[in-house]
Design a protein around this ligand. Sequence first.
Ligand SMILES: NCc1[nH]cc(CCC(=O)O)c1CC(=O)O
Length: 307
Amino acid sequence: MRKFIVGSRRSGLAMTQSRQFIDSLKSHYPDMDIEIKEIVTKGDRIVDVQLSKVGGKGLFVKEIEQALADKEIDMAIHSLKDVPSSMPEGFTIACVPEREDMRDAFLSNNKVHFKDLPAGSVVGTSSLRRGAQLLAMRDDIEVKWVRGNIDTRIKKMESGEYDAIVLAAAGLKRMGWSDNIVTEYFDPESFIPAIAQGALGIECRSDDKELIEMLQKVHSDVDATCTSAERAFLKRMDGSCQVPIGGYAAYEDGELYLTGLIMPEDGSEQYIVKKSHQDPDTLGNLVADEMERIGAKDIIDRINESL
Ligand SMILES: NCc1[nH]cc(CCC(=O)O)c1CC(=O)O
């Protein structure tokens, strides 16, 4: 049998995700010959500036696609929220495994809840979406940018540089850190997560039929459908990490719903649209249509023009 190489970023989270995914794949294919190769991406090298400023879609994925094309690796395990909404020719997200917790987690020194933070408290985040939603709830706090891997961010909070930080629950849970360090989880219906937060996307070459077939064993239809609705919305809004945009799809009583979010960076306005449709692509477009109708798309166009 052929040997498979998994490309992974070097961060603790990326390596953990890759190992956990390989374990789940091996539970179906015990004899599978598979190993990890580390790839250093541009997003990993730039650690000293606000990421949304250097930005560009897919800061983390370009080098990985080069390695796939060169057949240095056969698949890459991505956090699906870091994967641009359109795939370049020749590559495909062949599988979306079962999604981890999609919520945002609030961590604070002394476990003070968000609503109880004293005025002037400093909350760290690297996401415009999180920053805008925090400011919409509390205009008396300060949002400050924080970068680095999740353990670095937690240390910066503990050292007192920040009173609190917001991180994806999924990353914490995958690292096995959640229970003791999280103060509270934000409800995804009111604090809208990033598009595809908590989901992985397994990328491979579109012509690698053997691997694509094997990956079906660890694919979740439900989570693939939900994240495609979210990504269809993102694609239409042509949002990147430079724009405060969120989206969260889930089944309620057997019906597929998508809640979309668009905000200006300062949190002064909040556009939330929730719709239902059985087809994820149509659903993403319905939410996008409504966002255009109510003028929310103008916020994105304005931000994109200023970049
Ligand atoms: N943007 C960085 C990133 N990409 C994926 C995760 C966490 C795992 C996930 O959301 O799937 C994180 C860290 C964070 O946002 O706290």
